[in-house]
Write a protein of this length. Structure first.
Length: 173
């Protein structure tokens, strides 16, 4: 039996986002793990996610293409580290699929490619809804500060609002 890996947040290196939402964990899971659904909510408006590729297994790809309001596209690829159905997703932009290290410094693509991070998402049942937690672990304080300055809290909050609205609209059925 394997012991689950847990992470104690470090406020110098990590950013946390947590909210209770009134949609069930299986609907949140489906929104995070179905490319056509992910494209509908993942990027805070006015940005858009125009493509997504997901291979839900450790070592599998987590890739999105985001489009700015000006029409510029940014491809972001990463690697899943942990996948626990309806409960947990962990991925990193520091590795490519198959756990292949990213060659050279992360400086290509969107601003968030300029720093390495690992995202740990958990979806815990909470009444009829979900306790949604996102912890983004950065390799250094500079990366955390850059991510925070990009509007981490506001962006993750807006994206989650879009996920909830999509689920409630029935588009995720």
């Amino acid at each position: 039996m394997t012991t689950p890996i847990t992470h104690t947040p470090n406020p110098t290196l990590d950013l946390a986002f947590e909210r209770t939402i009134d949609v069930p964990p299986d609907a949140v899971w489906k929104a995070w793990t179905t490319p056509e659904l992910l494209k509908q909510w993942f990027t805070p408006d006015p940005w858009k996610t125009v493509d997504a590729e997901l291979d839900l297994r450790p070592g599998g790809i987590f890739r999105t293409t985001m489009r700015s309001p000006e029409g510029q596209e940014f491809d972001n690829a990463g690697c899943y580290l942990e996948v626990v159905e309806n409960r947990k997703l962990v991925w990193t932009n520091a590795l490519l699929p198959g756990y292949r290290p990213i060659p050279g410094p992360n400086v290509v693509g969107a601003d968030c490619d300029a720093f390495a991070f690992t995202a740990i998402l958990t979806f815990e049942p909470h009444g009829a809804g979900t306790r949604y937690k996102a912890l983004v672990v950065h390799k250094d304080e500079a990366g955390r500060k850059q991510h925070e300055a990009m509007g981490f809290q506001e962006g993750w909050g807006k994206a989650l609002d879009q996920l909830v609205a999509m689920v409630k609209s029935g588009k995720a059925a």
